[in-house]
Design a protein around this ligand. Structure first.
Ligand code: GRF
Length: 231
């Protein structure tokens, strides 16, 4: 069996997605281990979640650096020194500069609370309701040097109810988001994912559409693979 996948997590806040990854690693649901957590906010609760499990956790303050590039260089020098196989942005609320994203493009993913390409950016739950969407969800995507815009690997949809407000929608989505992240990371532990030319590759073949979380499983949308006409 391969060695466990080494995961670095970037988080700015609460860390519930980090907690879901940690639980799955401990339960052996993921053949992986979180090797470190990095934050741009010293007070991020996510850091404490790591520390109680003796996982190295550190924060760098953006205001201590001359510009975004300098902050990102320092952050990623540290992350790279830990030799991660996968870097998971789980509620990391800073835009990363193009150079660090490009240098890690096959190994860096983000979880975003919307069905991308709908609603990139902030306030996704209220924007989905305001737009009159009938469904909402979360997406895990490879990162590229543009906000919430990389190739989408997998999504989990939920219906928007007539009486939903942004808070109720966020609360209902969160457990689904955690399952989506763990199931997607499981594909990385089996070395099944990559991307090229804006398309996700699974087992080396381009995916026609993001995988969908259905009945607690990631399933391919049909048709599974892109036809040669869409490539
Ligand atoms: C999640 O909704 C995630 O999708 C978004 O920020 C939130 C972070 O939550 N990017 P948590 O810190 O993981 O609890």
């Amino acid at each position: 069996m391969d060695r466990p996948l080494r995961i670095a997590v970037l988080a700015s806040g609460r860390g519930s997605n980090l907690a879901a990854l940690l639980r799955a690693c401990v339960a052996d649901e993921l053949h992986a281990r979180v090797i470190g957590v990095w934050s741009d906010r010293p007070s991020a609760p996510a850091l404490d979640l790591a520390r109680v499990q003796n996982i190295p956790a550190q924060s760098l303050r953006p205001r201590d650096f001359i510009d975004r590039e300098a902050f990102d260089r320092a952050l990623f020098a540290d992350i790279d020194a830990a030799l991660p196989d996968l870097i998971v942005c789980a509620g990391f609320m800073r835009i990363l500069s193009a150079a660090v994203v490009a240098a890690h493009s096959q190994q860096m993913i983000n979880i975003h609370p919307s069905l991308l390409p709908r609603h990139p950016g902030l306030d996704t739950h209220s924007r989905a309701i305001a737009a009159g969407d009938s469904d909402h969800g979360a997406s895990v995507h490879f990162m590229i040097p543009a906000l919430d815009a990389g190739p989408v690997i997998a999504q989990t949809p939920i219906a928007i109810r007539a009486d939903d407000n942004p808070q109720s929608l966020a609360e209902r989505l969160l457990p689904a988001e955690h399952e989506l992240l763990v199931a997607t990371v499981a594909l990385f532990t089996r070395h099944r994912l990559g991307h090229t030319d804006g398309r996700v590759l699974i087992d080396g073949q381009p995916l026609a559409a993001p995988l969908q979380m259905i009945d607690d499983q990631l399933q391919p949308a049909s048709p599974i693979l892109a036809s040669s006409d869409d490539r």
